[in-house]
Design a protein around this ligand. Structure first.
Ligand code: ZN
Length: 272
């Protein structure tokens, strides 16, 4: 009886060990991926951090971590160009992005980006610049003004991308003209206001359809990003690039370390 239990235990151990080796080969083969970080608000606009926020202190700690550990922070358009050329992306390559265009991206994040010389892309909602607007929250939150956006762009560190005209969930729009206004209209109007080309796009709430993706490409954007990853979706589609959400839980540096490792999305996808 005892022998049988022992034998079953050995079989179980061997099975788990082999499964672990297979899993490791799946996750770690081919080296790390480029990492595109997705931030929203830096600081809590309404007093308490929500799942979309990081505190200003944690944001600084995270940038300091990237700096001290030799990460190479590149522009989103630079990464897109490398992917388009089929280049192998060096390990520890990171892109920083912000969604929604909260005013605290200027007051809290921009000084830190300047301190470390890190470039970033901010995806703004064109129709409500400088206003209090709910965007993806229940309560209205102050958004960047055009002057703040221009100052950040002028520094050479910040690129502005479109997050549609009104932050609409694109799969919910059936009228092609309304879809065009969100995708192409936002680009044209933002470019007129900024006096610069707007070449990157971000799907609100990560939602897109084949028609929306095609329209983004035809509108002349060079790159577009979603939110999270789903099993089976390609990792190198320049019009649906995957990102990693950095928020409240990333205040634990161990979690942030895994998130920027280049293997995080593969681990997440393999367990979903
Ligand atoms: Zn958003």
């Amino acid at each position: 009886m005892k022998k049988n239990i022992l034998r079953v235990g050995v079989y179980l151990f061997v099975f788990i060990f082999v499964a672990f080796i297979v899993w490791c080969r799946h996750i770690f083969s081919g080296g790390p991926d480029a990492v595109i970080l997705m931030y929203h608000s830096v600081g809590a606009p309404h007093g308490e951090l929500t799942s979309l926020d990081v505190s200003a202190r944690d944001f600084e700690r995270q940038m300091d971590f990237l700096s001290r550990h030799g990460f190479r922070v590149v522009r989103l358009t630079e990464l897109a160009a490398m992917l388009r050329r089929g280049e192998k992306i060096a390990p520890r390559t990171v892109v920083i992005t912000f969604d929604d265009g909260y005013e605290n991206n200027y007051t809290e994040a921009f000084p830190v980006l300047k301190k470390y010389g890190f470039p970033a892309t901010i995806f703004v909602v064109g129709s409500h610049l400088g206003e209090e607007y709910p965007v993806a929250r229940r309560v209205p939150t102050r958004l960047l003004t055009l002057a703040q956006i221009k100052e950040m762009e002028g520094s050479g560190l910040v690129d502005i991308g479109s997050h549609t005209w009104t932050h609409s969930y694109l799969p919910g729009i059936s009228d092609p003209q309304a879809l065009r206004n969100e995708i192409l209209g936002s680009k044209v109007k933002l470019e007129a206001a900024l006096g610069r080309p707007v070449v990157s796009f971000c799907y609100p709430l990560g939602g897109y359809t084949r028609a929306a993706r095609k329209m983004v490409q035809e509108a002349g954007y060079r790159v577009a990003v979603g939110i999270n990853s789903k099993k089976g979706r390609p990792a190198d589609d320049l019009y649906t690039l995957k990102r990693i959400k950095v928020a409240k839980k990333s205040r634990h540096m161990g979690i942030f370390f895994v998130q920027v490792s280049g293997y995080y999305l593969r681990m997440k996808e393999s367990s979903s």
